[in-house]
Structures are given as structure tokens and as C-alpha cells.
Design a protein around this ligand. Structure first.
Ligand code: FAD
Ligand code: NAD
Length: 467
């Protein structure tokens, strides 16, 4: 009864957890005829994270940076099952995965367990709060689509409340003080986008408020964007200075209250700063399902940054049945979309090789007892082919450079050219940034939507209606 999972007993079952950068890149390249493929993710879409800060300020509409996962799978050679659910447990001993429907509406069945032969673990990471008081309750995150939508609502609410008749100047200043925590690329890009909104739209929509707006970017380390070259850090800092975005380095957020943020300043004094909005972009931590899986291999899975994998992205301890890619794994690479998508594409090739090998193994087992000369000859041939397939080529990351938008129609780029680094910042880099992101969007549909949104904002400005 009910919907059956596609099952061809001659094929192995491949379960993919996640529909983000790693999983989607894998699905794009995977030869689905090789396996019974099942994708499980609480989101039935892929989110193009690099443009999420643009959604938060209304430059792009949310739908423009989403791609339904079924949009990818429906074009595949063999049917792929997509299930909207969260994996809650993986049992490597029985090779099963348990998942639950965690959405608002549920049917009578909302949790179940299925077996896998191979599992691709690509669940990403979640926001790191360091258990700092008030972060979950009072700040917005910038990780999921809901985060960007929530930030946009709150941000516009701050503007409307500041515009309320009779508001004191002090309260207007508080409501219009936007604090971004974390000077990594997410915090920097978001500050830049916020500034653009204020410069390009606030001045015309709310001229009486414009002068009272303040953006502060708080970073615990001595500088923002540690992954970029010194020259580009300096360029970003001077662009922010011109844009009147205050960068507070060596400053640590200690608590976030309803109407203020508590900071530990470089001289260790504690200061409470009133503000209307706090956006928390202080990095990643592992999801519970990842920690739980790691705890099943206590001897080998001890890295607190994530799942330890071998050179072919197989989880240490799992005997080659679990692969981990993207932000949930601990490798020598940064947790970026670029790495996750290259890992996904690599895994598609490896899984195709493994499928061929498994097929030959099965054929060899079937021929084991046959004594005819043809069978003997076929066995020898299979063994020769198997010897070639045995060795998997290790994953090699090819860094294409780092790019970040810093607002004021400027972007920065560290590109690995001619065996050296080419650093560039400015308006040409911004146009390059736009064209790179446009071409990286997976589908023509999304490219069209994003390009149309950009044009719309150029012509009519951003929408300030609050949903
Ligand atoms: P994700 O893309 O996060 O995907 C994880 C998937 O797993 C999601 O579909 C999620 O719904 C699903 N999932 C979660 N829990 C479960 C569960 N229990 N069971 C099943 N599925 C689950 N990187 C760059 O290289 N360039 C950029 O410009 C860039 N910009 C960024 C901007 C922002 C605002 C953010 C937040 C990140 C940015 N990154 C960028 C980083 C990049 O997004 C991540 O490194 C990338 O998403 C990692 O890919 P992933 O597949 O590991 O995880
Ligand atoms: P991050 O980890 O790169 O930066 C978080 C920053 O927050 C750190 O610099 C940390 O020192 C600071 N921080 C932490 N706690 C703090 C506190 N209490 N007070 C003040 N500061 C605090 O996080 P991210 O920017 O979200 O990036 C995550 C990953 O995604 C990175 O690998 C990044 O390269 C990638 N990413 C890339 C791009 C891009 O290439 N354009 C954009 C966004 C994200």
C-alpha cells in the first residue's frame, strides 16, 4: 500500500541526505540508472546561498534563488525518489536510515526507516551560537531562506517603527542601528547589501530617517575576511569606512538582549549598545544528526569540525558504505559551496565506477560454481576488469578563487591565476561577480529570475511592503 520506493533488486540502493550544494551537484552528474536513488531532505529545494543576503534586503525575491529538487531529478534517466523529511538517525550496523516528516502538516505515517547500500551524507551545518545568551531569541540568522525573510520583515519593521509619529530621536537612533555579528564573508556581504538598501532606497522612501541609520559590523578577530589577501581586506575596510559602516574588530559579542547588544571591547571593558536589529553570522557548527552518526565510530570520528573522510570521501570507520561531503565533513578545505559542489561532482564519477564494480562482483559470484570453459574465460576477463576498477582516483580540489560582494556596487576577488594570486576590487569586479553568480545558478529558469529581479530593482527600487 501507499507510495513504493523504486526498487530494482539487481541494483544497489543509494540514499542521499540533503538537497544543498553537495547533494545537488551530485544529483546533477549522477548516472541514476546505476542505482535505486532516494533523496531525503527537509527542504524540497536547493538554495543558492551566495545570493541569500540579497533576498534579506529585497534585491531578489526568494523564489529566484530556489530550485525545486524534483526539477533536477525529473530530467534523470531513471526515476529518483525525493522525500521531504529530516534524517533523524543513521545506523551503520544495520545500514538503515530513519527519517521523519518535520513539516507543519503530517499524514498518519510521519516517520520510517529504510535500508541503504550506500549513503551520501550531505546535511551541511547549522549556525554556531557558542551558547551566547539571547542569540537564538533575539538575533536573526543568515543561513536558510526563512532567516532572510525574517530579517527582511524585522528590518522593515524597525524602519516603520522609527517613522511612527512622536518617536524620540534617541529611540529612532536605536531602531535604526543595525548590528551584524561576524566579519566572515556572510557578515561582510550582508552589511554591504544593507548599506545598498539604505543608500539606494531608504533615502527616497524614508528621507526623514536616512541620517539616523547606522550599521556596525562586529568581529572578534583583529580583521574581517581572514581568507582574503591583506590588500583586499584593506580595500573592504576603506570601502566600508566611506559607506559609514563601522567595523569593530577585536570586539566580542557577549549577550544579545531585546533592544541591545552587549560587547566586550578590545580593552576588555563591557559596553551595552542599543540597537534595533542584530544579524548573527558567526559561523557553522555540526548538526545533531552528524554528531550522532560520528558517535557511532568513537575511535576514528573524533574531529570536532566534522566527519573524517579518506581521500575518496568515504567516512572513516564505515567500510566504504557512507560518504560525507560538504560542510558536515572535516577536510583541509574551507566549508564552501565551491568545495561541496566539486565533491558532489567527484562522487558522481566514483559512484558510477563503484556500480560497475558491484555489477561485475555479482556476475563473478554467479559464475563461481560454473565449470564450463566459457565460464572460466569470462571469470578471468571479469577479474582483469575488476582489478582496473578496484582503485578509486582520490578527490582533488581545484580552487577557482574567492569572490565577495561588499556593497556600493563593489566586489572583491582573489583569483588563482598564472600560479599566483590576482587580487581585484571595484566596479569591474562587481560586474564579474554578478556574471559569475548568474552563470553558476544551476538553471536557465533561475538565471532569468535573478536577472529580471536585478533589472526590476534598477528601474523601480526595492519593495518596502512588509508581508
Ligand atoms: P548545504 O548547502 O547547507 O545543504 C545541506 C542540506 O541538507 C540542505 O538541503 C538541508 O535542508 C539538508 N538537511 C539538513 N538537515 C538534514 C537532515 N537531518 N536530514 C536530511 N537533510 C538535511 N560558499 C561559497 O563557496 N561561495 C559563496 O559565495 C558562499 N556564500 C554563502 C552565503 C551565505 C549567506 C551562506 C550561509 C553560505 C555561503 N557559502 C558560500 C557557503 C556555502 O553555502 C556552504 O559551504 C554550502 O552550502 C555547503 O554545502 P552542503 O551541501 O554541505 O550544505
Ligand atoms: P565564518 O566562520 O567565516 O565567520 C564568522 C566570524 O564570526 C569569524 O570571523 C568569527 O571570528 C566571528 N565571531 C564568532 N563569534 C563571535 C562573537 N561572539 N563576536 C564577534 N565575532 C564573532 O562564517 P561565515 O561568514 O558564515 O562563512 C561560513 C563559510 O561560508 C566560510 O567557509 C566562508 O568562506 C563561506 N562563505 C563564502 C562566501 C563567499 O565566498 N563570498 C560568502 C559567505 C560564506
Amino acid at each position: 500500500p501507499g507510495v513504493q520506493l523504486p526498487h530494482d533488486p539487481t541494483k544497489k540502493t543509494l540514499v542521499i541526505l540533503g538537497s544543498g550544494w553537495g547533494a545537488t551537484s551530485l544529483l546533477n552528474s549522477l548516472e541514476t540508472a546505476d542505482y535505486n536513488v532516494i533523496v531525503i531532505s527537509p527542504k524540497n529545494y536547493f538554495l543558492f546561498t551566495p545570493l541569500l543576503p540579497s533576498v534579506a534586503v529585497g534585491t531578489l525575491s526568494p523564489r529566484s534563488i530556489l530550485q525545486p529538487t524534483r526539477y533536477v531529478t525529473r530530467h534523470k534517466k531513471r526515476q529518483v525518489t525525493v522525500i521531504e523529511a529530516s534524517a533523524t538517525d543513521v545506523d551503520p550496523a544495520t545500514k538503515t536510515v530513519t527519517f521523519a516528516d518535520t513539516s507543519e502538516i503530517q499524514g498518519l505515517v510521519s516517520t520510517t526507516t529504510i535500508p541503504y547500500d550506500y549513503l551520501v551524507f550531505a546535511v551541511g551545518a547549522e549556525v554556531q551560537t557558542f551558547n551566547i545568551p539571547g542569540v537564538r531569541e533575539n538575533a536573526c540568522f543568515m543561513k536558510e531562506l526563512e532567516d532572510a525573510e525574517k530579517m527582511q520583515r524585522r528590518f522593515l519593521d524597525c524602519l516603520e517603527s522609527a517613522a511612527f509619529p512622536g518617536q524620540s530621536t534617541e529611540e529612532i537612533k536605536r531602531l535604526l542601528h543595525m548590528v551584524v555579528v561576524g566579519g566572515g564573508p556572510t557578515g561582510v556581504e550582508l552589511s554591504g547589501e544593507l548599506h545598498d538598501f539604505l543608500e539606494q532606497d531608504l533615502r527616497s522612501w524614508y528621507p526623514e530617517l536616512a541620517e539616523n541609520v547606522r550599521i556596525s559590523l562586529v568581529e572578534a578577530l583583529p580583521s574581517v575576511l581572514p581568507m582574503f589577501s591583506k590588500q583586499l581586506i584593506d580595500y573592504t575596510e576603506s570601502t566600508f569606512k566611506e559607506a559609514k559602516i563601522d567595523i569593530l574588530t577585536k570586539t566580542m559579542v557577549k549577550e544579545i538582549k531585546d533592544k541591545s547588544v552587549v560587547l566586550q571591547m578590545p580593552d576588555k571593558t563591557i559596553v551595552e549598545v542599543p540597537c534595533g536589529l542584530v544579524v548573527w553570522a558567526a559561523g557553522n557548527t555540526l548538526r545533531k544528526v552528524t554528531r550522532d552518526l560520528m558517535s557511532k565510530f568513537p575511535d576514528v570520528q573524533t574531529n570536532r569540525r566534522g566527519i573524517t573522510v579518506d581521500e575518496c570521501l568515504r567516512m572513516e570507520g564505515s567500510n566504504g558504505s557512507i560518504f560525507a561531503i560538504g560542510d558536515c565533513s572535516a577536510t583541509s578545505y574551507a566549508p564552501t559551496a565551491q568545495v561541496a559542489s566539486q565533491e558532489g561532482a567527484y562522487l558522481a564519477r566514483i559512484l558510477s565506477q563503484i556500480a560497475k564494480k558491484d555489477e561485475l562482483d555479482a556476475r563473478l559470484t554467479a559464475l563461481q560454481t560454473a565449470s564450463e570453459p566459457e565460464a572460466k574465460e569470462e571469470r578471468e576477463q571479469i577479474q582483469k576488469r575488476l582489478a582496473k576498477l578496484e582503485k578509486l582516483r582520490p578527490f582533488k580540489y581545484s580552487h577557482q578563487g574567492s569572490l565577495a560582494y561588499i556593497g556600493s556596487d563593489k566586489a572583491i576577488a582573489d583569483l588563482p591565476f598564472f600560479n599566483g594570486n590576482f587580487a581585484s576590487g571595484g566596479i569591474a569586479t562587481y560586474l564579474f561577480w554578478r556574471s559569475v553568480y548568474l552563470s553558476t545558478l544551476f538553471s536557465v529558469r533561475n538565471r532569468t529570475l535573478v536577472a529580471t529581479d536585478w533589472l526590476y530593482v534598477k528601474l523601480f527600487g526595492r519593495d518596502v511592503s512588509r508581508e
